[in-house]
Design a protein around this ligand. Structure first.
Ligand SMILES: CC(C)(COP(=O)(O)OP(=O)(O)OC[C@H]1O[C@@H](n2cnc3c(N)ncnc32)[C@H](O)[C@@H]1OP(=O)(O)O)[C@@H](O)C(=O)NCCC(=O)NCCS
Length: 198
């Protein structure tokens, strides 16, 4: 605690301060570091394997974002976070493809710098990228308590059904972007790389 003007101000735990990162697209040579981030953030290799499969199997239109420690951050140049965006067709009741949305996930931050703003930085850049590309919506299966702060809400309410009925509604979320239109409703089909899940 520190004293200022007679009021006690709780000292901030340095470990709770935001850590400076720059978010950029993955570049050749980043792959092993991205895999290391995924393995550090999740209990098993499942998410890391999805990322590797998307790189080799997915059609064009996927994006891999990395969060790199900024100069002076103490983690200068290190890849400490990763976010994958995969293109997913939206198919209407007649089986016609009406749109392509981007699925977010996995999102991973190394445990040493979790809860210091890195995941947020990745999500903000992902949304800006999708808007700039004219993508109508972002979708994800994720923590219901984490994503609403980034503008995500029930995907079903927006008219987007998940690829499998096994996914809980609370975790199936979408953020509608300026290019969204109501006629883009339908079922979101995930790439095969996600098949153990979808
Ligand atoms: C989830 C994750 C990507 C968030 O990134 P981060 O850099 O730690 O998050 P930020 O610092 O930007 O945001 C911190 C906020 O996220 C919340 N948060 C972190 N992990 C969370 C989780 N598993 N569930 C819900 N909220 C979570 C914190 O409570 C904090 O909220 P607060 O500011 O209101 O206290 C990261 O913690 C992570 O890699 N976790 C393990 C892998 C994982 O679960 N990935 C997401 C799959 S959907």
């Amino acid at each position: 605690m520190t004293e200022r003007g007679g009021n006690a101000i709780p000292a901030r735990d340095p470990s709770s301060l935001a850590v400076g990162v720059n978010v950029r697209l993955e570049a050749p040579g980043d792959e092993p570091w991205v895999r290391a981030v995924e393995l550090a953030a999740f209990p098993g290799p499942y998410e890391a394997d999805i990322v590797d499969r998307i790189r080799s199997e997915a059609p064009d239109g996927w994006y891999s974002l990395v969060a790199v420690g900024a100069p002076g951050s103490g983690i200068d140049g290190l890849i400490v976070g990763h976010l994958l965006l995969s293109p997913c067709p939206v198919v209407d009741d007649r089986g016609d493809e009406v749109a392509t949305v981007l699925a977010i996930g996995p999102v991973a931050v190394v445990p040493e710098v979790q809860r210091r703003g890195v995941g947020s930085a990745l999500l903000h850049v992902a949304a800006s990228l999708a808007v700039a590309r004219g993508v109508p919506a972002l979708v994800l299966l994720g923590h219901p308590s984490y994503y609403p702060r980034f503008g995500f809400a029930s995907a079903r309410d927006a008219g987007l059904a998940p690829p499998t009925e096994l996914w809980p509604d609370a975790a199936w979320m979408a953020r509608l972007l300026p290019a969204w239109a109501d006629e883009l409703r339908g079922t979101v089909r995930y790439p095969e790389a996600f098949e153990p899940l979808a």
